[in-house]
Write a protein that binds this ligand. Structure first.
Ligand code: HEC
Length: 208
């Protein structure tokens, strides 16, 4: 459906009708969104973007994020771990708020330019929350676990952590900094990140 074609055929009076106007302005995506039809959005309660999980919540505990003394990352077959990591990345059960890593990071959303640098490096969120000058990739996974995912950190020796690290390091290799740098607000509000589907239809964020 082409919304422009529709408005050409409409009378001005009909155009003022709220429904048509909304459809004409927002196009097929909004029109197709069952949540948009109702005045109050029934998905808002379940919508992870209704509040900004990165802005709210209790203070982050440094111990949950910073590698423990004598920590040695779990070793394993990279390809096997990366495969497991890809599955975990879309697993909302890792969080307590219905989100998966993929809710925010699908198609490299929410990653900033720093993600292109070799680890350890400076990440704004780690600096803001914990005053960390630099952060390792496994620590970054833990930070996203405890903050946006509102969950406990993964056990440091767990296969889950190693798997997510393996998967994300593969993603990182293909990451182009320019894309992440495009939205300077993404760090503050991950839901404002460049995911047009999520912005238009909050219910779509639940689908993986
Ligand atoms: C609610 C949204 C949200 C969720 C869910 C989320 N993250 Fe993030 N993540 C962010 C934001 C925002 C940043 C950018 C932080 C910055 O650059 O200051 C980020 C950054 C990162 C980075 C890159 C940091 C860098 O620049 O080097 C990694 C790696 C990462 N997240 C991994 C994960 C993993 C793994 C999960 C799931 C366990 C996850 N994230 C879940 C919002 C989220």
């Amino acid at each position: 459906m082409n919304p422009k074609a529709k408005s050409r055929n409409s009378t001005p009076a009909a155009m003022i009708s709220a429904g048509l106007l909304a459809a004409a302005l927002s196009g097929p995506v909004l029109a197709a969104n069952p949540c948009a039809a109702k005045a109050a959005n029934p998905c808002a309660a379940k919508n992870p973007c209704a509040t900004n999980p990165c802005a709210a919540g209790p203070k982050i505990n440094r111990k949950d994020v910073v590698r423990p003394a004598g920590y040695k990352p779990l070793k394993g077959d990279h390809a096997t771990l990366a495969k497991q990591g890809a599955v975990l990345f879309t697993d909302a059960k890792l969080s307590t708020n219905g989100m998966s890593c993929n809710t925010c990071h699908q198609d490299n959303n929410a990653y900033q330019a720093s993600f292109a640098l070799p680890y350890p490096h400076r990440v704004q969120m780690a600096k803001d929350d914990l005053g960390l000058k630099t952060i390792h990739l496994d620590e970054m996974v833990q930070l996203c676990m405890v903050k946006p995912m509102a969950a406990k950190p993964l056990p440091w020796q767990s296969e889950e952590l190693a798997a997510l690290v393996a998967y994300v390091s593969d993603v990182q290799k293909k990451f182009k900094p320019a894309a992440g740098a495009a939205n300077p607000c993404a760090a503050k509000n991950p839901c404002a990140a460049r995911n047009p589907r999520m912005a238009k239809n909050p219910c779509a964020a639940k689908k993986h």
